[in-house]
Design a protein around this ligand. Structure first.
Ligand code: UDP
Ligand code: MG
Length: 138
């Protein structure tokens, strides 16, 4: 089990003013922040990041949304980080997310679901490297 995961506070959550609330959840859940920055993805960058979903019917909508506004990208540290962060954010569809999870409390819809979390240690490493250079990780 690795100790790193990658998170995004997605454009809906930034626009809705939930960046601070989600930072609080990150800290309360015991994650360390190794890197954090505010960015706006280009469409091409969003398409690259979500390449594994390229053939899915929601790919166009997803990449348009993810490049539609500012988002916060974060490299997080904790023991068993991938699973711990996925538990903290809740199910992909906020309608199915458990009480007290970030998606339950701050997501807008299935597509605009407030946050991203890596699904494996391997993808966490790749996703962190997609957005951060070595010198940006403290
Ligand atoms: N998504 C969507 N419609 C779907 C499934 C997913 O719009 O039917 C979006 C949603 O924003 C989700 C992202 O695509 O967070 C990536 O999907 P994935 O299945 O990897 O969910 P996650 O890992 O984010 O929970
Ligand atoms: Mg996923």
């Amino acid at each position: 089990m690795g100790n790193k995961t990658f998170a995004i506070i997605k454009p809906d959550a930034v626009k809705n003013g939930f960046t601070g609330n989600i930072y609080d959840r990150i800290i309360q859940a015991g994650f360390g922040i190794q890197g954090a920055k505010l960015i706006q993805m280009s469409l091409a960058q969003a398409e690259g990041f979500y390449d594994i979903h390229r053939s899915r019917p929601f790919f166009g909508e997803l990449t348009k949304f993810m490049s539609s506004g500012k988002c916060m990208v974060l490299a997080l540290e904790k023991e068993n980080a991938v699973n711990e962060w996925r538990t903290t954010i809740g199910s992909t569809n906020p309608a199915d997310a458990a009480e007290g999870t970030i998606r339950k409390d701050f997501a807008t819809s299935l597509g605009e679901n407030a946050v991203h979390g890596s699904d494996s240690d391997e993808n966490a490493i790749k996703e962190i490297a997609f957005f951060f250079s070595e010198s940006e990780l403290i």
